[in-house]
Design a protein around this ligand. Structure first.
Ligand SMILES: [Ca+2]
Ligand SMILES: [Ca+2]
Ligand SMILES: [Ca+2]
Length: 279
C-alpha cells in the first residue's frame, strides 16, 4: 500500500466514525410509537383523552410527580405554544391491563392539535407508545336465535359487517319491492310486509285459479312432472324463493326468534311474478 492510500483510508475511517457518532447523538434514546388511527374517527367536539404508556422502569411509571411533570412538559410545548394559551394535561387513571395511563387534556383538541400533542408525548424517550383513547359505542346485536348462523352479516371477507351499519340505519322509512315468487305466511316476516300484488296471468303458472290479482301468496313453484317446463326439465320441489328473499331483506329482527333481516326497519312489498316453470 502506498503512503497516499494508507492516509486516504485512515481519513475515510475517521469520517465514517464521526458520522456514526453524529447520528447516535442526533437520535433521542428511542422515540415512542404514535398510533394515529384513532384520529381517523371523528370524536364529537374533538379529542381530549389519550393513552400514554411509559416504559417499564421509567421514573414516570412509578412516580406520580415525575409523570405529571412529563405530561405538563409535553402539553406546554407544541400545541400550547401555537394556540397561545396553556394546555392542561392530567392523568385520569392507570389501565390495569398493560400499565398505560389514560390522560385528559383540559380542552378538546382538533385533529392537528391532537396529533401534535401525541408526537410531543412520544418524543419523550421514556414513552413507549401514545394513542387516542377512543370512545366506542355498542353495536346493535339482535337476539334472533339463528343470527349466529347468518355468516353473510359477519366481518369475514364474505360478510357485509352489518352491525356497525345498523347503528346508523335499519332501513326505517324504506319500502322494498321483492319481485319474485310471492310470499308465504311467516311469523318472522308478516309484521314487515305491505300489501303486494300477483302479476302472473297464466293459471298453469300461478296455481291460484285466477289471473292478475291483489293476492301475492306463493302457491308453490314445484314441478311434479319431468319435462313440463321445457325438454327434460326436472321434477322439483317448491323454492319459496320470494319468502327467502323477503326475509333476507326485512325479517322481523330482535324478536328472539328465527333470523335477522338486513334492513329490518324497512317494509317489503311482495310482487309475485314467478311460479310454476318460472315467469
Ligand atoms: Ca293470480
Ligand atoms: Ca294470487
Ligand atoms: Ca327474527
Amino acid at each position: 500500500m502506498s503512503g497516499f492510500a494508507k492516509r486516504s483510508s485512515r481519513v475515510r475511517l475517521l469520517c465514517l466514525s464521526s458520522a456514526v457518532l453524529a447520528s447516535l447523538y442526533a437520535l433521542p434514546a428511542m422515540a415512542g410509537r404514535v398510533d394515529m388511527s384513532g384520529l381517523q374517527v371523528e370524536q364529537p367536539g374533538g379529542y381530549d383523552r389519550f393513552i400514554v404508556k411509559y416504559r417499564d422502569g421509567s421514573a414516570e411509571s412509578t412516580n406520580a410527580t415525575q409523570l405529571q411533570r412529563s405530561l405538563t412538559n409535553a402539553a406546554s410545548t407544541g400545541v400550547a405554544k401555537r394556540a397561545g394559551r396553556a394546555l392542561g394535561l392530567q392523568k385520569l387513571r392507570r389501565l390495569a391491563a398493560g400499565g398505560a395511563d389514560v390522560v385528559r387534556a383540559d380542552r378538546k383538541l382538533d385533529r392537528v392539535e391532537a396529533e401534535s400533542l401525541m408526537r410531543q408525548l412520544a418524543a419523550d424517550p421514556n414513552v413507549e407508545y401514545v394513542e387516542v383513547d377512543r370512545r366506542m359505542y355498542a353495536v346493535l346485536t339482535p337476539n334472533d336465535t339463528r343470527f349466529s348462523e347468518q355468516w353473510g352479516f359477519s366481518t369475514t371477507a364474505a360478510g357485509i359487517n352489518v352491525q356497525p351499519a345498523w347503528d346508523k340505519s335499519t332501513g326505517a322509512g324504506v319500502v322494498v319491492a321483492v319481485i319474485d315468487t310471492g310470499i308465504t305466511n311467516h311469523a318472522d316476516l308478516n309484521a314487515n310486509l305491505l300489501p303486494g300484488y300477483d302479476f302472473i296471468s297464466d293459471t298453469f303458472v300461478s296455481r291460484d285459479g285466477d289471473g292478475r290479482a291483489a293476492n301475492p301468496n306463493d302457491e308453490g313453484d314445484w314441478n311434479p312432472v319431468a319435462g313440463e317446463c321445457y325438454l327434460n326439465s326436472p321434477v322439483t320441489n317448491s323454492s319459496w324463493h320470494g319468502t327467502h328473499v323477503a326475509g333476507t331483506v326485512a325479517a322481523v329482527t330482535n324478536n328472539a326468534a328465527g333470523v335477522a333481516g338486513t334492513a329490518f326497519g324497512a317494509k317489503v312489498v311482495p310482487v309475485r311474478v314467478l311460479g310454476r316453470c318460472g315467469g
